[in-house]
Write a protein that binds this ligand. Structure first.
Ligand code: ADP
Length: 158
């Protein structure tokens, strides 16, 4: 059984995240999407809302579940008895940070492997912060976020 964790802020979930979720769920027997607190970022949506949005968009995928964790990713992986962490890579700019995180996590627990999924070229420019910037200025984000959560995202900026 190949179980993996896909961690992130998901503040909010975008079509780029969903693409990684769908593609990874086809490779792994089980995938947990884990909403994590990021001390480097001030969140727009609280954890409950981010989990609710992720649950809505992942409903069609029976081997995907959604959870949250306030602590170290490596501790969470151990708790869930999962030894694969999946990260998405959009650009070289993602690589440097993710490379450092993967090596630190490897140092903390060598049994846990980080696997990188390359972005779908359709979504390589897409991030949660871009979605929020456009929504805050009244722009149309319907092509950037899953339709199930579109109104929840727009409502936040009304
Ligand atoms: P961000 O706030 O930068 O969008 P998150 O912490 O929510 O990032 O992202 C969680 C994971 O999803 C990270 O591994 C990130 O690199 C990846 N990711 C985010 N957006 C995309 C995308 N458009 N394509 C591929 N991977 C992505």
């Amino acid at each position: 059984m190949t179980k993996a964790i896909y961690p992130g802020s998901f503040d909010p979930v975008t079509k780029g995240h969903l693409d990684i979720i769908i593609r990874t769920s086809k490779i792994m027997s089980h995938l947990t999407v884990a909403v994590m607190e990021n001390p480097r970022k001030v969140a727009t949506y609280n954890i409950e809302k981010r989990v609710e949005m992720l649950k809505l968009v992942t409903e069609p995928y029976p081997n995907v579940d959604v959870d949250y964790y306030k602590g170290l990713l490596i501790d969470y992986a151990q708790q869930r008895e999962t030894d694969i962490i999946v990260k998405g890579l959009r650009a070289i700019s993602d690589f440097e940070f993710e490379f450092q995180m993967a090596l630190v996590n490897q140092k903390l627990n060598p049994a846990i492997e980080t696997l990188f999924m390359m972005t779908n070229s359709k979504y390589s420019y897409l991030s949660s912060s871009i979605v929020k910037e456009i929504a805050a200025l009244g722009g149309d984000v319907s092509s950037l976020v899953p339709h199930e959560v579109h109104s929840m995202i727009v409502d936040k900026f009304k």
